[in-house]
Ligand binder design. Structure first.
Ligand SMILES: NC(=O)C1=CN([C@@H]2O[C@H](COP(=O)(O)OP(=O)(O)OC[C@H]3O[C@@H](n4cnc5c(N)ncnc54)[C@H](OP(=O)(O)O)[C@@H]3O)[C@@H](O)[C@H]2O)C=CC1
Ligand SMILES: O=C(O)C1=N[C@H](C(=O)O)C[C@H](O)C1
Length: 245
C-alpha cells in the first residue's frame, strides 16, 4: 500500500517539486491537490497532508486536517499570530510537523547558532543575512526569524524586543544586544542563511546554502512518513532528523 498524500500548494515551486518526488516513488501516491483555485474534495481519503503554500490556503488546510484528523506537515512561512494559534489548536487533535525549513543543514544550523551565541557571549554582535529568489513574498524569511529566535533565547532575550529590521529610518549607532536582519531578493536563489557573530578584530560566520528545492521536498516527505503513526501533538522536525549531539 502506498502512502496517500494530499499536497497543498501543488502549483507552487515547492509543491511541484513534492509532486515530482511522489511520482518517482512507488510507495507514495497523490490523494489530492489544493491551490488558490481548487481545494481537497470533502470525501477525499488520505494518510497525511503536506503544505507549502500561503497563509490563506493554509488556514483552510489546518481546519480540514483538524476536522478530518489527518496528520499535517507544513512549511508555509509568515503565518501571523492568529493562524499560528490555530495550528497549535489543531495539534491538540492531530499530529502536526511544522518547520520554517525542512533541510537537515538548516535544522543543525539553528542548534549551532544557539550554541555559538551561548559560547561567545554578548561582546559579539549578531546579524542575520538571508537571500532568496525574486518571487518570495515574505521578508525576512521564516528561517531567518527562527535563527533570530534561537540566538535571542540563547541570550535570555525576546526576539520582539531586540530585532532590528530596518536601519534606514534612524541615524544612530548599533546598540548592544541588537539582532539585525537583512534580506536579499533576486534570481532563482533557493535559500541562503548566514548568522554573523561580529566582535572587535574577528568575525565568525555560520552559513547554509540550499541549491535545490528537492532538499525541502525530501525533508517534508520524511516528516510525512514519520508522523502518520504519531498521536496528536507538535512533532519537532529537528528531533526527527538530527542525531543527538
Ligand atoms: N519550510 C520550508 O522548508 C520551506 C518553506 N517554504 C515556504 O513555502 C511557501 C510556498 O513557497 P513556494 O512554493 O516558493 O511558493 P509559490 O508562490 O511558488 O507557491 C504558492 C502556492 O500557494 C498558493 N497560493 C498563493 N497565494 C494564495 C492565496 N492567496 N490563497 C490561496 N493559495 C495561494 C499558490 O496557488 P496558485 O498557483 O493557485 O496561485 C501555490 O500553489 C512559502 O511560504 C515559503 O516561504 C518554501 C521553501 C521551503
Ligand atoms: O520561500 C522560500 O523559497 C523559502 N522559504 C523558507 C523560509 O522563509 O525560510 C525556507 C527556505 O529558505 C526557502
Amino acid at each position: 500500500m502506498s502512502l496517500q498524500i494530499l499536497v497543498s500548494g501543488a502549483t507552487g515551486a515547492v509543491g511541484r517539486t513534492i509532486l515530482e518526488a511522489i511520482e518517482s516513488d512507488e510507495h507514495l501516491a497523490v490523494a489530492g491537490e489544493a491551490t488558490r483555485r481548487q481545494f481537497f474534495e470533502p470525501d477525499v481519503d488520505a494518510d497525511v497532508i503536506i503544505d507549502f503554500s500561503h497563509p490563506e490556503l493554509l488556514e483552510r488546510v489546518v481546519h480540514f486536517a483538524s476536522r478530518r484528523r489527518i496528520p499535517l506537515v507544513t512549511g508555509t512561512t509568515a503565518l501571523g499570530e492568529r493562524l499560528q494559534a490555530q495550528i497549535y489548536e489543531a495539534a491538540e487533535r492531530v499530529a502536526v510537523c511544522q518547520a520554517a525549513n525542512f533541510s537537515i543543514g538548516v535544522n543543525l544550523l539553528v542548534r549551532l547558532a544557539y550554541q555559538a551565541t551561548r559560547a561567545l557571549g554578548e561582546d559579539f554582535d549578531i546579524e542575520i543575512l538571508e537571500a532568496h529568489h525574486r518571487r518570495k513574498l515574505d521578508a525576512p524569511s521564516g528561517t531567518a526569524l527562527w535563527l533570530g529566535d534561537a540566538v535571542a533565547r540563547a541570550r535570555g532575550q525576546k526576539l520582539t524586543e531586540c530585532a532590528v529590521y530596518d536601519r534606514s529610518q534612524h541615524r544612530s549607532a548599533r546598540t548592544r544586544g541588537e539582532i539585525g536582519f537583512q534580506a536579499i531578493r533576486g534570481g532563482d536563489v533557493a535559500g541562503e542563511h548566514t548568522v554573523y557573530f561580529l566582535a572587535d578584530g574577528e568575525r565568525l560566520e555560520l552559513s547554509h546554502r540550499a541549491s535545490d528545492r528537492r532538499v525541502f521536498a525530501r525533508g517534508a516527505l520524511l516528516a510525512a512518513r514519520r508522523i502518520i503513526d504519531e498521536s496528536a501533538g507538535l512533532i519537532d522536525f529537528s528531533d526527527l532528523v538530527l542525531k543527538s549531539a
